[in-house]
Design a protein around this ligand. Structure first.
Ligand SMILES: Cc1cc2nc3c(=O)[nH]c(=O)nc-3n(C[C@H](O)[C@H](O)[C@H](O)COP(=O)(O)OP(=O)(O)OC[C@H]3O[C@@H](n4cnc5c(N)ncnc54)[C@H](O)[C@@H]3O)c2cc1C
Length: 494
């Protein structure tokens, strides 16, 4: 077994001495995630991986070395939510040096980028060609594409187009033995036709690296399908419903998703608007007092004719269920104008900054915690009512805890729920209330068959995995086959 000094020496030889650090301050800096103090693990050594202009990079050699000497190795993206925390120490692989956008093909509408490229940079490159990824998150420049595939990234546009992973048509992955494999459309790279479709004439292996939390291979390239798109083609609306109309909300959502009319629907509630209204960011007189649920809805239309058709169908569905239009929120809280009003919208660059979508809430409350889970739209009422009851029981259903919902409606006829609590991290009682609420949600949801967003064994425990029965056994066997020494993000999936 090699000593840490010997490991560091070898890593310097492979990646270059400037790219390897054991500095304690660096380790603490890399520990920072959006989950703040929740993940305390530190790596033994940090390696920044860089690619040169010819696309050469040391990933293969790094992985082979780590595998030979059984050193844990965890890829780290932009900001992190904690799942790139090096639970067993070892090497933390900073992917931000593999950040090149390699090709935008406007004719066949795909983009190829390195695994460490910022999703934001990909959007920017596509825009130069009148294209877009029809899935736009709120993370601005901070997160990377390899991580978004392997952790299940989502964003606006999800109601019509799905997850970022749904847009992936090809991957290049470096396996723990150091070998590079090209999958899907990228398996066709190097031929005269080049990459063009996801399916090649072997079984689909792309899915293996989706939602795998970086524990089966390191993604070095991603090929994504783009669509034609312009900001001007997105049109914003907001519909309100009263608290007792949740079943109508459910029904309207089902009809809107099935009808394939809308580009995106965001389900939010009263608490999201409480502090912005108190601060005068919205004109209270323009928002009916009885409005409790707010469905921020985006239509995608290339011209007036398409817009008129979609608008008519959307209105008929919302109004048929007793919803009422609220222009104040569509005009101030959505789209590019939201930034001008100090409110959140598309695009969103900072979650907590002066223009960030949580800023007015944070000014009055504290730090936020969020639980992210998925269930069928038909269970929205059950899940919302349970969450309200749990928050009430834990003393969290008040403006000071801003217990808001900010959820996506997905094309899978599901809700990707994000339910929040803002709290004071320096107040032990407040932290205890938060933990109690989280425990209640976890227990209730697990029993129902919820699907967690970006879970890991360390964050959600074994139950969500074990309930999948022999499907999880098969995943463990595949992991054993690909990564027999369990060096890749150990403790995340297995
Ligand atoms: C301001 C802000 C807003 C956000 N809004 C959204 C949103 O709208 N939608 C959304 O989906 N998420 C959102 N997030 C959460 C975001 O998805 C997470 O921060 C997430 O973890 C993204 O990846 P990361 O680049 O930070 O990488 P990390 O968290 O460091 O990595 C995530 C996982 O990917 C693995 N990994 C990293 N790179 C690779 C690679 N090249 N190959 C294989 N595995 C790899 C890591 O080991 C880890 O398991 C937001 C985050 C922030 C900071």
């Amino acid at each position: 077994m090699l000593s840490l000094d010997q490991i560091v020496e070898k890593l310097k030889e492979i990646a270059g001495p400037r790219f390897v650090s054991t500095n304690p301050i660096d380790k603490i800096n890399y520990q920072h995630t959006l989950a703040y103090g929740a993940y305390k693990a530190l790596p033994d050594v940090i390696v920044l991986v860089e690619s040169d202009e010819n696309g050469c990079h040391p990933l293969g050699r790094l992985l082979r070395f780590a595998n030979e000497h059984r050193v844990p190795i965890v890829a780290k993206g932009g900001v992190g939510m904690g799942i790139s925390s090096p639970l067993k120490g070892g090497i933390l692989l900073d992917m931000l040096g593999m950040d090149k956008i390699l090709e935008v093909n406007p004719t066949l509408q795909y983009v190829i980028a390195e695994g460490g490229a910022s999703v934001y940079a990909i959007h920017h490159a596509l825009r130069q060609h009148g294209l877009m990824l029809p899935n736009y998150g709120t993370y601005g420049p901070s997160v990377i594409i390899g991580a978004m595939v392997t952790k299940g990234g989502i964003g606006y546009g999800m109601t019509r187009y799905g997850w970022i992973a749904d847009m992936v048509i090809g991957l290049e992955v470096v396996l723990p033995g150091g070998e590079t494999v090209r999958l899907g459309a990228l398996a066709n790279d190097g031929t005269e036709f080049g990459p063009f479709q996801k399916w090649v004439h072997i079984p689909d292996l792309l899915g293996l690296f989706t939602l795998s939390a970086g524990s089966l291979g390191i993604i070095s390239k991603v090929c994504l399908r783009a669509i034609e798109g312009k900001r001007e083609w997105l049109h914003d609306y907001c519909y309100g419903f009263r608290r007792e109309q949740l079943e109508n909300v459910q029904e309207a959502l089902l009809q809107l998703v099935k009808g394939e009319v809308v580009y995106d629907i965001h389900f939010t509630d009263h608490w999201q608007y409480f502090w912005p209204m108190e601060e005068g960011l919205y004109d209270k007189k323009q928002i009916p007092e009885e409005a409790w649920f707010f469905l921020k809805t985006i239509l995608f239309a290339r011209d007036q004719e398409e817009l008129a058709y979609k608008e008519k169908r959307m209105k008929a569905i919302y109004e048929g269920q007793g919803g009422f239009e609220i222009r104040e929120i569509a005009e101030k809280g959505m789209g590019a104008r939201a930034q001008e009003h100090g409110l959140h919208g598309w695009p969103d660059f900072h979650i907590m900054g002066p223009d960030g979508w949580c800023s007015s809430v944070v000014r009055h409350t504290g730090m936020f915690a969020v639980v992210s889970l998925m269930y069928p739209i038909t269970f929205l009422k059950l899940m919302y009512d349970f969450d309200e009851e749990a928050k009430r029981e834990c003393g969290l259903w008040d403006p000071e805890h801003s217990p808001q919902h900010d959820s996506y409606v997905t094309r899978d006829l599901a809700i990707k729920e994000e339910t929040f609590v803002f709290y004071n991290p320096y107040d032990d009682e407040d932290v205890a209330r938060l933990r109690q609420w989280m425990g209640k949600i976890q227990e209730f949801s697990n029993k129902k068959g919820v699907v967690w967003t970006a879970p890991t064994l360390s964050t959600k425990g074994p139950y969500p995995y074990e309930r999948l029965g022999n499907a999880y056994d098969l995943v463990k066997q595949i992991k054993q086959f690909i990564d027999p020494n369990n060096i890749l993000n150990p403790g995340a999936l297995v």
